[in-house]
Ligand binder design. Sequence first.
Ligand SMILES: Nc1ncnc2c1ncn2[C@@H]1O[C@H](COP(=O)(O)OP(=O)(O)OP(=O)(O)O)[C@@H](O)[C@H]1O
Ligand SMILES: [Mg+2]
Length: 232
Amino acid sequence: MNAQPVRCQQLRHVYQMDGGQLIALDTIDLTLTPGSSNAIIGPSGSGKSTLVALLAGLQRPTSGRVYLGEEEISRLPETALLRIRAEQVGVAMQNPSRNLLPYADAVDNIRFAQRGPRSYRRQTQLPNPEQLLDELGLAPLAGIPVDRLSGGERQRIALAVAAANRPGVLIADEPTSQLDAANRDRVVELLRHISTHLAATVIAVTHDPLVAVGLDRTIQLHEGRITEDTAA
Ligand SMILES: Nc1ncnc2c1ncn2[C@@H]1O[C@H](COP(=O)(O)OP(=O)(O)OP(=O)(O)O)[C@@H](O)[C@H]1O
Ligand SMILES: [Mg+2]
C-alpha cells in the first residue's frame, strides 16, 4: 500500500446523551500529506480521539466527509469499510496492552494482525513478520512474549503490529503517555520511520509537545475546533 492522503471536510461529530447533546467536533477541514507524520494535540476533551476514530473509519461522523485516498469512507457501506480498515488503516490504541496478545511474541502478534477479516481475500503480499521487525529495528524483541517486555518496548511492538498490513495510514492514540523521555524519543523515531520508510501517513494523538516537535506537522484542537496548525 502506498501512503494515502487523509482528508476531511466540514467534519462535525455530536454525541447524543440523555440530557442533550455534546458537540465533540465542529467544522473540521484538514488535508494530510501522504507519507507525512502528524501530531494531534490539545487538552483533555478537545476531540482528539473522536477525530482519529473518524479518520480511521472506526466511527461515522454526524455530518461532513472523510476521504482516505480517493475513497470517501464516511459514506461507504459497512463491508466496504471493513475491507478498507483491514487493508489501509493501522491503529494503535492508547493502552498498548489492548493492542497485543500478551502471551504471544511480536512475530505471532504480527501474524495474528495479518489474518484480517474472514470474509475476503487479500490481493497484496503482506510483509514477513521477522522482516518487518528487522526493518523497524525491533528484531531483538521478535521472540519474547510481549507481557515480558517493558512498557516502551511493548509500545514499539504495538506500532509494528499496527504496521503489519503495510497500511497507507497509521494512527496512534497517545503512544507515549506512559513512557519516560528516552522511550518517548524511541517511539517518535519509530513513528517517523514508519512514515518515511514504510510510506504511511502517520497521525499521532499526544499531550506531549515534545512528541509533536519530532513530527512534521502539529494540529492543535480546542473544544472541537482546530486552533493552530504548524509545520515543523
Ligand atoms: N461515547 C461518548 N459519548 C458521549 N460523549 C463522548 C463520548 N466520547 C467522547 N465524548 C465527549 O466528547 C468530547 C471529546 O472527547 P474525546 O475523547 O474525543 O477527547 P480527547 O481530546 O481525546 O480527550 P483525552 O485527552 O481525555 O483523551 C469530550 O467532551 C467527551 O466527554
Ligand atoms: Mg482521547
